[in-house]
Design a protein around this ligand. Structure first.
Ligand code: FUL
Length: 481
């Protein structure tokens, strides 16, 4: 063996042992659970609001609606799921019971259900039908069971909590796995309440005894995640208009979130950099002005462009999107909604078609321990579990992407490796144009995913500069479109 080869082998051995010695960054602050990570990866899914309201043209049924009004004449849950899946949505959360108390499954605990409706002469179970259609077509299923029940005579007494838990147990006996459960924050007020027709108020923070309900549900479906204003697993974004703040922390301290607190919507909309829990935000919004189908809103369905902007201001800001698509009185997703969804999917496919970063040469001003394990090239390797990171004492850094030939870009997508916590507080993007670096975008948080829309620009090189971070930055992916 000649001397040159020996030297090379020796250098190789040294760099291998260096790579092995460079430990990954320690987690920074709270980190997501595996179930939350799986949820982040879903990015978007559908909400489906369907009850007697669909037939009475209401948004909030009083609870005295006759079960006989619920009569979808042409219900086809596979049509819903096909439309939802075809739009790129990864799951469906169904209102099994809305505030009016009417149950879409034949509950043995109440007469106010589908069993007393004309639908399939009272033999139908729409929750089961939908759960099975989701399974058949390969999307996830979630449930909404309104805590507020304007029909139930016991609402506001302890007996109702038993009723609510019995119903959950009943539902979960036939739904199979459930990825998310939605606890609606709308609580208490006037209602039918078994004929009393009065106003009932409850203290939502105590009345429902959520910790015990959650423990009961988790024992039945261990991987379920709970959504409510305060989490504990997923938080509300603070509005129903389709956006999360540009600064969006997945972290928040859940003892700072309580109903009635002033400024709560703003806090939910941003999270807090130093929050002590990982409770990411979900953006809930309807494709129509209302949550339920109303024929008079057929001309007010959101346009594909509007849905695309909502995608950018929700998923593109590191939150998940739950888009409500309410079936009409036939029991079908209406043609108007189908047309918008189709247009939306086309816009998404066109915008994010070819990842121009895949062919870029990526370098960084520094990388952790000079180990290839943390090198810049990891951000374009298409693998979600590799990343670029700096040394612990380096809280900023620059990644440079050089393209084989000039590209015209419109979108920059950046993903933090959130398994190690959310870190980045500020960043800028520069493009090489007219022989100099020019700043074309800047932002604050990144989180699971940040999509930046820039004025289309032709360039041969870009730089992503992390200018402020809670701890050494850890970036898993960069895509350019
Ligand atoms: C709100 C409810 O009151 C609306 O009817 C709808 O269900 C929406 C998703 O949540 O709080």
């Amino acid at each position: 063996m000649n001397r040159k080869i020996l030297t090379l082998l020796f250098a190789g051995l040294i760099s291998v042992s260096f790579a092995q010695k460079t430990l990954p960054p320690a987690p920074c602050g709270p980190v997501p659970t595996q179930d939350q990570l799986n949820w982040h990866e879903m990015e978007n899914y559908a909400f489906v609001h369907f009850t007697t309201n669909t037939f009475t043209d209401k948004e909030w049924g009083f609870g005295d609606e006759s079960t006989k009004v619920f009569n979808p004449t042409n219900l086809d849950v596979d049509q819903w799921v096909t439309a939802i899946k075809g739009s790129g949505l990864k799951g469906l959360v169904l209102t099994c019971k809305h505030h009016d108390g009417f149950c879409l499954w034949p509950s043995k605990y109440t007469e106010h259900s589908i069993k007393n409706s004309p639908y399939k002469n009272g033999t139908g179970n729409i929750v089961k039908e939908v759960a099975e259609a989701c399974k058949r077509q390969g999307i996830k299923f979630g449930i909404y069971l309104s805590p507020w029940d304007r029909n139930n005579p016991d609402y506001s007494t302890p007996a109702y909590i038993t009723y609510y838990r019995n119903q959950l147990e009943e539902l979960l006996s036939f739904t199979g796995p459930v990825f998310e459960m939605w606890f609606d924050g709308a609580n208490g007020g006037d209602g039918y309440y078994g004929g009393k027709k009065e106003v009932r108020h409850i203290d939502a923070s105590k009345y429902y005894d959520w910790p015990n309900t959650i423990a009961m549900v988790k024992s039945l479906v261990p991987h379920i995640l709970f959504f409510s204003d305060a989490g504990p697993n997923i938080r509300w974004c603070g509005n129903e208009s389709g956006y999360i703040n540009e600064t969006n922390w997945n972290t928040i301290s859940n003892d700072t979130i309580y109903a009635g607190k002033s400024g709560i919507s703003d806090l939910l909309n941003t999270g807090s950099a130093n929050g002590n829990k990982w409770i990411p935000a979900e953006v809930d919004v309807s494709i129509r002005p209302g949550w339920f189908y109303h024929a008079k809103e057929d001309t007010k369905v959101r346009t594909p462009e509007n849905l695309f902007n909502i995608y950018l201001s929700s998923v593109g800001r590191g939150s998940n999107l739950i888009l409500n698509i309410p079936p009409d009185r036939r029991g079908l997703i209406n043609e108007n909604d189908l047309a918008s969804l189709k247009g939306w999917k086309k816009l998404l496919d066109e915008a994010f078609k070819t990842d121009l970063a895949l062919n870029a040469k990526v370098t960084a001003d520094s990388f952790r321990g000079k180990s290839v394990k943390y090198a810049a090239a990891n951000v374009v390797d298409g693998k979600k579990d590799t990343y670029w990171a700096t040394d612990d004492n380096v809280k900023n850094g620059s990644l440079q992407l050089k393209f084989a030939k000039p590209i015209t870009m419109k979108y920059i997508v950046i993903q933090e490796y959130i398994k190690l916590g959310q870190r980045i507080k500020a960043f800028t993007v520069e493009a090489w144009k007219d022989n100099k670096w020019q700043q074309i975008a800047n932002g604050t948080t990144i989180g699971y995913k940040r999509i930046l829309k820039v004025d289309p620009i032709e360039t041969g090189m870009i730089k992503i500069n992390i200018t402020d971070s809670k701890a050494c930055p850890v970036i898993s992916t960069i895509n350019i479109f």
